[in-house]
Design a protein around this ligand. Structure first.
Ligand SMILES: [Zn+2]
Length: 276
């Protein structure tokens, strides 16, 4: 049975912490490197419900995309929800590791999983990493649908491909417009509007789009926009990461059991369409 340190070596082989943005906080949050790891649960958010799910399943390691702590803390007392998560995991002998922007920029990374879920053939990163001379790593992906289709059909495709959320999808653009080339960015992607426009794609699917950047991008001749729930755009990566980690460990003769959380941790609980 592999030790946590072996599993982390495999995880970091897939998602090198060096690839993370300078503001990010990735890697091991809690856990003993010498502890044995048999079961690994993957989830987007390190919230209490996910920690409880990991412990109920008997996970030895929880891998999340989002960091539990992004900034320095002076206490992990269980008086706050983050401290409670840490206490729960340590008491339950479950480690926590984070692969965030290092997983975004990996090849394959978070946006590859999103692109594949949508049925795209991926051509390359939307914003290539300057640190990768081969141009394979970077944030977001550019790809194409096998056949052109209407924006309305593409939005329906995305709604079917991504896990259910109360918010669903918001779309900017003529529903009858034909689209084939697509840019995607798992998670908040409004910083990549300019890159999507430069790439000349027909539609850009991402999450967390805000009024002014979206409005200005449309006015500036942007691609059509599809705004999905942040959690939903990153969730497809979990299956990909679980399969990749299993394969990486198997290559060194180690076996772990993996499980992908389906708990919807999108914070928006319900959606009310306008009626006036
Ligand atoms: Zn995210």
């Amino acid at each position: 049975m592999p030790k946590l340190s072996d599993v982390l070596t495999a995880l970091h082989g897939l998602y090198d912490p060096e690839w993370a943005e300078s503001w990010d906080a990735v890697g091991l949050v809690c856990g003993d490197p010498d502890a044995e790891v048999r079961k690994v649960l993957f989830a987007v958010d390190p919230v209490q419900a996910v920690a409880d799910e990991a412990l109920a399943w008997g996970a030895d390691l929880l891998v999340t995309h989002h960091p539990l702590f992004l900034r320095g803390v002076h206490s992990v007392a269980a008086t706050g929800f983050k401290g409670r998560v840490v206490h729960s995991l340590i008491k339950g002998d479950c480690a926590l590791a984070v692969a965030h922007t290092n997983a975004d920029s990996a090849d394959p990374g978070v946006s590859d999983a999103l692109a594949r879920a949508l049925g795209l053939v991926v051509a390359g990163p939307l914003d290539p990493s300057a640190a990768d001379p081969e141009g394979c790593r970077g944030i977001g992906r550019i790809g194409a649908l096998p056949e052109p289709e209407s924006l309305a059909a593409f939005a329906a495709r995305a709604a079917k491909a991504l896990p259910w959320t109360a918010a669903g999808l918001r779309v900017a653009g003529d529903p009858a417009r034909t689209v084939q080339t697509v840019a995607v960015c798992g998670g908040a992607g409004d910083s990549l509007f300019a890159a999507a426009r430069r790439a000349g794609v027909d539609v850009y699917l991402t999450a967390d789009l805000r009024h002014h950047p979206a409005s200005e991008a449309i006015e500036a001749g942007s691609p059509a926009l599809v705004d999905a729930a942040h959690w939903a755009t990153e969730w497809p990566w979990l299956e990909q990461a679980a399969a990749e980690l299993t394969a990486a460990l198997a290559a060194s003769g180690a076996t772990v059991e993996t499980y992908v959380s389906r708990l919807p941790t999108d914070p928006w609980a319900f959606h009310v369409p306008s009626t006036t």
